[in-house]
Design a protein around this ligand. Structure first.
Ligand code: NAP
Length: 343
């Protein structure tokens, strides 16, 4: 089968070399040169172009039983990536094809072609969209609102982590699904400006400037019907306080706890779940892969019509990937966090 002219023999990959306690540090990771294997029958060799950085990766750094297995020490970490096929021993894949796959955190990857999703060559949608707004990120926002919170016409919706990848899309989708008012929270003045001026939120709350509970109560005098939670802790407590009777909560993520070394105290108002007959449901996007075609159809159309906008924070160079990951966990990103590798 077709073979590209330059196939490398080695490439760099990030290994986890120690399990972080609390916030990870540079000493927990190593960028190592390793052999690149030529593809065998049914496989492709891919040069990664973009790596996705996602908060769930922090959980995989712990040696704990969870919904995804821990990263193994002294091996390349994994994650979503978009790459270009360099060599192929698989039917239907040619050098130059762009694919979405899960062997991120490295420059080159050899994998069975069945684990590589072909992407459109070029077009109106940049390939990075398949890691963000049209990828796992966008699908997460869609599932949380459609399947879990079941957003209805006229709902007042609150989204936390709204300046980030999932939250920024969730706020916009909530509006497109009929919400009458969309409130978002994020850290810092500039992110809050993006919420209202670029993503079309009705109100943006800077949780670093004042307690989120006080701000949310003021922004939602009539209460909220839906809370899309990316943060947990004090944000979840604030939402329980203002949720209306029969309110719905989609627990998407609890990032305020991901680097915690002790159990969190908030939310302290759990009895409200009973009193207000709230429905609180956690979800994981891989369980909802069946919704992908409908999501791509609907969100793809909104994107093409300019009704859905997306932001990316792109860091250049594989050597910056760990710093970019830690930066994302601290809030340095607006929209989807990506690492771009040299082509
Ligand atoms: P992201 O929002 O782009 O980046 C993480 C953001 O979290 C940071 O930018 C930071 O923004 C915020 N943050 C960090 N610590 C915080 C704290 N203590 N309080 C409030 N905000 C804090 O990441 P993402 O990929 O879109 O993920 C967002 C959430 O969705 C995460 O909780 C993630 O685990 C979850 N998720 C769940 C699924 C699923 O299947 N359930 C799938 C994908 C993602 P600020 O500057 O605003 O602090």
């Amino acid at each position: 089968m077709a073979e590209a002219t330059t196939v490398p023999t080695t490439g760099r990959a990030w290994h986890l070399i120690a399990r972080p306690a609390g916030w990870p540090t540079d000493a927990d990771f190593a960028l190592r040169e390793e052999p690149v294997r030529a593809p065998r029958a049914g496989e492709v060799l891919v040069r990664n172009r973009y790596l996705s950085l996602d908060p769930y990766m922090r959980g995989r750094m712990n040696d704990a039983k969870s919904y995804t297995p821990p990263f193994r020490l002294d091996e390349p970490m994994t994650g979503d990536a978009v790459g270009e096929v360099l060599a192929s021993e698989a039917e239907g894949f040619e050098p130059g094809d762009l694919v979405l796959h899960q062997l991120g955190w490295r420059e080159f990857a050899t994998l069975p072609a069945r684990y590589a999703t072909p992407l459109p060559a070029a077009g109106e949608v940049p390939v990075t969209a398949y890691l963000g707004v049209l990828g796992m990120t966008g699908l997460t926002a869609y599932v949380g609102l459609r399947e879990i919170a079941k957003v209805r016409e006229g709902d007042v919706v609150f989204v936390s982590g709204a300046g980030g990848a999932v939250g920024g899309v969730a706020g916009q989708l909530a509006r497109l699904m009929g919400a009458s008012r969309v409130i978002g929270s994020a850290g810092g003045e500039e992110k809050v400006r993006v919420l209202t001026e670029e993503f079309g939120f009705d109100a943006g709350l800077d949780y670093r400037a004042a307690p989120i509970g006080e701000q949310l109560a003021k922004a939602a005098p009539e209460g909220i019907d839906v809370y899309f939670d990316n943060v947990g802790g004090d944000h979840l407590e604030a939402a329980f306080d203002v949720l209306n009777l029969h309110g719905r909560v989609a627990i998407c993520g609890l990032i305020s706890a991901y680097n915690a070394t002790a159990p969190q105290v908030a939310p302290r108002n759990l009895p409200l779940i009973l009193g207000k007959r709230l429905r609180v449901e956690g979800f994981l996007v891989p369980d909802h892969a069946d919704l992908r075609p409908t999501f791509l159809d609907e969100a793809g159309r909104w994107l093409a019509e300019g009704k859905l906008v997306h932001r990316e924070t792109v860091t250049d160079g594989i050597e910056q990937a760990v710093d970019a990951f830690l930066g994302m966990m601290r809030g340095a990103n607006t929209g989807k966090s990506l690492v771009r590798l040299d082509g």
